[in-house]
Structure formats: structure tokens, C-alpha cells
Design a protein. Structure first.
Lengths: 141, 666
């Protein structure tokens, strides 16, 4: 992946709004997790919101790489960092609309599945739907 | 003060193209990025100002002058400093310079030479070997191509003159073509070259809805990868070896999915080699940081192109022929004159087309001038070769009898030769390898806050340009830049690099340690044949004498020549229509890869590949780069509401992808 800042934002928002929502539905309806709970959608929202700022940081770090690329392994590390950040935010500071008692187990399951879904989609689906996407640094618009 | 100004020669390879520059300048000399930022005079003496176009070079970087002790260099408080023979010089302090010293200023590695006029210097431009237009193979006996259009306006119209005299004017009428009596075909789309560039463009046109009957690809080899494959095999990349190309750069698949890594992993899994499969997946996941970059096997790429060529009906589109000339027609299209001459039969024809695509590849192979002089003098075309010429006989000889091979040039091709020699040594330990580089490279290029890695004077980069040049922030940066800035960026990102492969690094280290591989530096004076082999004479620094390098064979691994003037078709086009050339001497194209000056009322002309380097896109000479050029061009054509073509959207793209998977024609 060789994204630009706008590409990161556009891809993140598109995939969270499609794949992210699809993966979150079974959680919020109580099919996977015990009890219907809309908190998972709020978590998804925070991933999107904080992600916009994280992407600025990743874009800056990327400039230290000669190829200006962002390998998948770094995407995984970034995903883990973002999860820890949100978990800390929820447990230590408290985020609006997310209960402090959010069960970490289900949070990790939900987050991992969302991340995995978004990752797989960015490797395959985005290329097939938007053939010019990979030439424009991730911009599909 | 001396009365006569000292004249010295500076020599370097242009980082973006590898072309040699060897200007002779009067001291004092100023080097910097900005001509007007350098002083014109010092103490009443006028300064020779030389521009080095790179962002890593300060506006006024160094001053080379002479004082009582001799030649000195003074760094003008530059931002990135100056290295002399690998050591950084103190700013504003005169540092002595000797004959043969290497300066590193930004990405430029400059060799300083005095003592001119004692030897006749070899021609300063690299001499090309042209591809034989009938066989497509590099042919050292192929003379410089004759002018395309027969000159002499008073010549009567005769069947033997081709292209006919009507081609001497910039516009021809279609009825005049018919009047010559030769066959005149009409299609909407013509791809000139029928190589990889043409194939990728035609493939995209088919995916966008154009029928194969409306596309013609004119070339001399029916398989689109023929020349590419031949050059691979010649330069010691057998079919099982891996190319320097990304996993998702698939000439047969515009979406890049499934990538070659996925295909190879699947292939290996199905055959029980699960470990290998997981290895490839791990590579594409962590490359280049935690794992070596995955690259596809040459054979797999060619097989995939065969499948796609069959799917899109390439053999219906391919027409054997050698395009001689192209002219605009009075009705806004293009007339293409091509020769279909085979042994025993002269056959010429015309094609009239609305959209023309030029992707003819490299017209010639570069050859170092001293090696060219040797070949002309001795008529020995077997012992001194270019790596892109077929030269398996050299390795066969070495395996049987042993001997010494000398490599000139560093880069991916040199690395392949080193690997081949290593493999030959398994058969015969009496093989030695000498690697002659012009100058040491202690440090890699810098750009912004990043720098390339160097080991044993090999500079590493996974592909021939930084990865973001294909579709990332560097692509955007180059497209937005003006021509001056583009030159700078290409100089900073370019230069000679090779792939960071574990096996290659191990071979180099082992060779250096055991002593069968030596790296030497120096400027070659001349190459002679003597009783004990081929001797390369190198001017030693500081006049300590001459160095002699003995070898049985010499391989020139310095690359391919893409100057537009080397190809008769392009030269004719450029001359007839006054087409602008970009700063690297290649065709100037728009962001859509269009030759804007050739636009007609009903048609457009596009170009792709090596002949377009120096414009809005850096990685033109690559699979993915050709796909990008095709996307830009075909999208632009679709926007003109051309016949039978529909711009690809989410739905049509997905549909076409499924057709690809099912091997159904588009």
C-alpha cells in the first residue's frame, strides 16, 4: 500500500461505513454477543473519528520510509495501537455513549473482526470495485 | 596567479536516466541547483556555472578553484554537505582535490579528471546497438536506421518507394492512400509495437467494451512478451527466476487481484507445499520491512499473459508488420504506413485509425564507448558483450575452462550476472569475477527525511523507482510538479539500484571473503586485446600509474538506450510535427499520456513505456506503470464518447473481473 492522506481518510470511512457496519450488526443485534447493545456502533464511530487523526500521524511516519509505503504488517501494528487507545479511553477517561463497563472480551472480538474485514476488503474488494483506487493513493472518489 | 585557466573534466551518470555527462570546464567552477544563485565572477575571473538538478543540492553548493597548492573544492555552507572520496569536507575551507577523486553532491557522483589532451578521448556518448527490425534481436551489425521518408520531392510516384512521397507532407488525404494501389485498412484503435505496452492498452480497451475487430496491434512478434522475454533470458533471468516486479503488478489483470503471490501460494498449497505458500503470504504481508519483497517468477508472468491474450482475442488483433511512418489525415485521423515484408516478398500497406497508441519500447541497447571501440577495432563480438545480448557461450566457456569475467556497471543486471557466475562456480571453481564500478558509493540517495541503503557499494531499492511513484504520494508529487521540478525529483529518486535479496547479498559477501569476487573502481582509458587476455586500462588516481585489469570476458551491464532519436519512426514523427521532447530526451506527454500536438479532429495519439520517461510519471517502464498509462489514456478516450467504449464503473468493473475469473471474453 502506498496511500496518501486523503486516500487513507476516504478508504477508512468507506470501509468502516460498509464492511464495518455489516460486521457490527450481529454484535449490536445480540446475535454474537450476549444481549442487543448499540454500543458497538458507537465504538465503530470512535474508530472512524480517532482514525482521522491517527491517519495524519501514519502519514507523517510514512515520510521516513524511502518507498513512502505502508506495509500490511504496519497496518496491523497500527490497528493494535488504535484498539489499545480506545480501550484506554473507555476504561480510564470514559467516552460519551460508551459505558465504562464495556466487556473487554467482546470489544476485542468485535474490533478484531472489524479490522480483519476491513483489511481483507482493502486487499481485494476495493481493487475490484474501484480499479483506479490503488493508483490514486487510496482515493476512490 | 596562473595566466591560463585550468581546464578540468567532470564526469557523472545522470541519476534519472543513467546517461553519461562529461563536460570540460574552466576553473573556477560553481556547482549548484540554481544558475542565478551562483556568482558569475570571482576576483575578476569568470566562473563556469554547472547546474545539478536535485532538491538535495543547494542553490550554490560548491566552488572548485585553484590556489597555490593546486585544485581545491570549497563547500559553500550547503545544507547536505559534500563528500570527497567518502569523507565530508569542512565548509568554507579549501580542500585539495586530486585527479580521479570522487565528489558526492546530493545524488550526483562526480569524478574529477585533469590531464586532458594526452590521449584521444573516446566519444562521450554511449554507442547504441540497434534491434534488428526483422528479427527483433539486438544486432551489433545493424547500422543506424536510414531516414524514414525518402527525400527528393521530384521523384515520381513508384511502387518501390515506401512510404510514398505523399508522406512528405504533414497531412495526407485518405483517397491518396487508396490511389497508391496498396491495401488500406480502417480500424478505430491501433497499437504500434504489439509488445507489453500495446497488450495492456488493448486489454483495457477490450474490458471497456471495444470489440477485437476494432483494434489492431502491429508488431513483429505475435506474443506480446517476446522481446521482454528475450531480454530476460539474455540478461540471465531464466523462467524459474523472479523478476523485479511487484506481486500485484499483473499485466494480465488490471485489478491486481488475485496477485501473483496469492496465485503461487494457491498453486503450492494444492500441491501440498503449504510451507512455501505460507511463506509467500508472509512476504506480501510484511514486505519490505520484516520480509524480503515478493516478486513473481518470469515463467508464471508469461503464462498468465498467454491466458489473457487468448481471452481477449489477441491473435485476432495482432497484425504482422513494421510501422514505418505515421501521418495525420485530412479527416482528422491517422494514416499508418507499415511494411509486411518477409523473405522473398515485399508487401506494404496502410491502416487508417482514430486512436493510435505508441509503445515501441527501447530502440537500442547502450554500449560503453571504450567497449564499442574495442569491438570495432578487433571485430571480437564474442568476448566483449552487453548483458542484453545473448551470451550464454561465455558461461559455458567459464564452466568448462575457468577464467575471469569482468562486469561493467552496477544495478539489477549486474546482480543477475554475479548470481550466474556464482552458479557457474559450482561447476568450476577456477572462475573469478571482477566488478568494475566507476566510483565508490558509500552512501545512498537522500530525499526528505529518508535515505536509501547501501552495502558493498550496491544501493538497494525493491523496484526501479520508490514504490510510491506508482500510485502513492510520490506519483502525485511528480504529476503536480513543473518540468524543472520534475527533473529534480527524478534525479533524487533515480540512480542505479538493485534488489535487496538475501541470496544476492550472501553471494557478494562470500565472494569478497573467499576472494573470487573483487570490486574495483576507476575510469577506463582503453580496452585492448593482448596475449594474456583482454586488458582494461584504468587511469589511477594522482598519476600513480595505470591499473591493468585482465579478463577473458567483459560484460557491459549498463542498460538500454531510449533516446527517441534512435528510433526512425519516432524520429520522423518528432521532426515532421515538431513534437516537443521532455528534458530527458523522450516524448513529451500530458498527464493522460497523450501526444497533445498530434490531436486531430476525430482522433488522438497516445504513448506509453520507456519512450515517455521524464514527464508526469516516473515508473513508465514497468508492468504497473504501463497499466497506469493505459488507464489514463483509455479513460480519456472514453470521455470523448468514442465508439463502442464505456468507462469502467463499480458495476462494470466487478462484472469484468468475474469474466476474467471465469476466463470468459470481456
Amino acid at each position: 500500500m502506498t496511500p496518501t492522506l486523503f486516500g487513507r481518510w476516504q478508504t477508512r470511512l468507506f470501509l468502516l461505513a460498509t464492511v464495518g457496519v455489516l460486521v457490527t450488526l450481529p454484535f449490536s443485534l445480540g446475535i454474537i454477543s450476549p444481549g442487543a447493545d448499540p454500543v458497538f456502533f458507537w465504538v465503530l464511530g470512535y474508530v472512524a473519528l480517532f482514525g482521522l487523526f491517527w491517519d495524519v500521524l501514519y502519514n507523517y511516519l510514512q515520510k521516513f520510509r524511502w518507498d513512502r509505503d505502508w506495509p500490511a504488517a504496519l497496518q496491523l501494528l497500527a490497528g493494535i495501537s488504535e484498539a489499545i487507545f480506545i480501550a484506554c479511553g473507555v476504561k480510564l477517561l470514559g467516552l460519551p455513549n460508551v459505558a465504562r463497563e464495556l466487556p473487554l472480551f467482546w470489544f476485542v472480538i468485535h474490533y478484531s473482526l472489524v479490522w480483519l474485514g476491513v483489511f481483507i476488503a482493502s486487499q481485494s474488494l476495493m481493487r475490484i470495485l474501484f480499479p483506479r483506487w490503488r493508483f490514486k493513493g487510496g482515493q476512490w472518489l | 596567479m596562473n595566466s591560463a585557466p585550468l581546464r578540468i573534466q567532470l564526469g557523472w551518470d545522470e541519476p534519472a536516466t543513467g546517461e553519461r555527462r562529461e563536460p570540460r570546464l574552466n576553473v573556477p567552477i560553481a556547482l549548484g541547483r540554481d544558475f542565478n544563485g551562483m556568482p558569475a565572477q570571482i576576483q575578476g575571473r569568470s566562473i563556469s556555472r554547472m547546474v545539478l538538478n536535485s532538491l538535495e543540492v543547494s542553490r550554490f553548493h560548491v566552488l572548485i578553484d585553484q590556489d597555490s597548492s593546486g585544485l581545491v573544492i570549497i563547500d559553500q555552507n550547503s545544507r547536505n554537505g559534500t563528500l570527497v572520496n567518502g569523507t565530508r569536507v569542512a565548509i568554507n575551507t579549501p580542500t585539495p582535490l586530486a585527479n580521479g577523486d570522487t565528489l558526492q553532491i546530493g545524488p550526483y557522483q562526480i569524478i574529477v579528471g585533469f590531464a586532458l589532451g594526452t590521449q584521444p578521448s573516446p566519444p562521450s556518448s554511449n554507442s547504441p546497438i540497434f534491434f534488428n527490425p526483422n528479427t527483433g534481436l539486438p544486432d551489433p551489425n545493424q547500422p543506424s536506421p536510414p531516414p524514414v521518408v525518402p527525400v527528393g520531392g521530384s521523384a515520381p510516384i513508384s511502387r518501390s518507394a515506401f512510404p510514398p512521397p505523399i508522406f512528405q507532407s504533414p497531412e495526407v488525404a485518405v483517397q491518396d492512400l487508396h490511389a497508391t494501389g496498396l491495401s488500406v485498412g480502417e480500424v478505430d484503435y491501433v497499437a504500434v509495437g504489439a509488445g507489453l505496452g500495446s497488450f495492456i492498452w488493448a486489454d483495457l480497451l477490450r474490458i471497456y467494451g471495444v470489440k477485437s475487430s476494432q483494434i489492431a496491434a502491429i508488431g513483429i512478434e505475435s506474443k506480446p512478451y517476446s522481446r521482454y522475454k528475450q531480454l530476460c533470458l539474455n540478461s540471465q533471468i531464466p523462467l524459474h527466476e523472479r523478476l523485479r516486479s511487484n506481486s500485484d503488478s499483473c499485466p494480465d489483470n488490471i485489478w491486481g487481484w488475485p496477485s501473483y503471490a496469492l496465485r503461487e501460494a494457491w498453486h503450492d498449497t494444492v500441491r501440498g507445499r503449504v510451507g512455501n505458500a505460507l511463506g509467500y503470504l508472509w512476504q506480501v504481508f510484511s514486505e519490505p520491512t520484516f520480509a524480503q519483497t515478493y516478486t513473481p517468477r518470469a515463467g508464471n508472468v508469461f503464462d498468465s499473459i498467454d491466458r489473457e491474450a487468448q481471452r481477449i482475442g489477441w491473435d485476432k488483433m495482432f497484425r504482422y508488420g513494421s510501422v514505418r511512418s505515421i501521418r495525420k489525415t485530412s479527416d482528422g485521423r491517422y494514416a499508418i504506413a507499415f511494411s509486411q515484408t518477409t523473405t522473398g516478398q515485399r508487401n506494404h500497406a496502410f491502416l487508417v485509425a482514430r486512436y493510435v497508441h505508441l509503445a515501441i519500447g527501447y530502440p537500442a541497447i547502450k554500449f560503453l564507448p571504450d567497449l564499442q571501440a574495442y569491438r570495432e577495432k578487433t571485430n571480437d563480438f564474442k568476448s566483449v558483450v552487453n548483458a542484453y545480448e545473448p551470451h550464454d557461450h561465455i558461461y559455458e566457456h567459464l564452466e568448462k575452462y575457468g577464467g575471469t569475467l569482468l562486469i561493467r556497471g552496477r544495478g539489477i543486471v549486474a546482480s543477475r550476472i554475479v548470481q550466474r557466475v556464482y552458479e557457474a562456480r559450482h561447476k568450476n571453481q577456477q572462475i573469478r569475477l571482477v566488478h568494475l564500478m566507476r566510483s565508490p558509493k558509500p552512501q545512498g540517495n537522500k530525499f526528505g527525511t529518508s535515505q536509501r541503503q547501501v552495502e558493498h557499494h550496491y544501493e538497494f531499492q525493491p523496484f526501479n523507482w520508490p514504490k510510491a511513484c506508482w500510485g502513492g504520494e510520490l506519483r502525485e508529487m511528480l504529476e503536480k510538479a513543473n518540468p524543472q521540478e520534475r527533473q529534480r525529483l527524478l534525479a533524487d529518486w533515480g540512480g542505479t539500484t538493485t534488489a535487496d535479496r538475501r541470496d544476492w547479498k550472501r553471494i557478494v559477501q562470500e565472494g569478497l571473503k573467499l576472494g573470487w569476487y573483487k570490486i574495483e573502481f576507476g575510469e577506463v582509458e582503453r580496452v585492448e586485446r593482448e596475449p594474456d587476455g583482454i586488458i582494461t586500462y584504468i587511469q589511477e588516481k594522482n598519476f600513480k600509474g595505470q591499473m591493468r585489469l585482465e579478463a577473458n570476458f567483459i560484460v557491459d551491464a549498463t542498460g538500454l538506450d531510449a533516446k527517441v532519436t534512435a528510433n526512425p519512426l519516432l524520429n520522423d514523427l518528432v521532426t515532421q510535427y515538431n513534437l516537443p521532447l521532455n528534458p530527458l530526451g523522450r516524448l513529451s506527454v500530458s498527464n493522460d499520456f497523450e501526444l497533445v500536438e498530434m490531436r486531430g479532429s476525430r482522433g488522438r495519439m497516445y504513448a506509453a513505456g520507456a519512450i515517455t520517461l521524464g514527464g508526469p510519471y516516473a515508473a513508465v517502464d514497468s508492468f504497473l506503470g504501463l497499466e497506469y498509462a493505459a488507464l489514463q489514456a483509455v479513460d480519456a478516450i472514453a470521455a470523448t464518447k468514442a465508439p463502442g467504449i464505456h468507462r469502467l464503473n463499480c458495476v462494470s468493473s466487478s462484472l469484468q473481473w468475474f469474466k476474467w475469473v471465469a476466463n470468459q471474453m470481456p
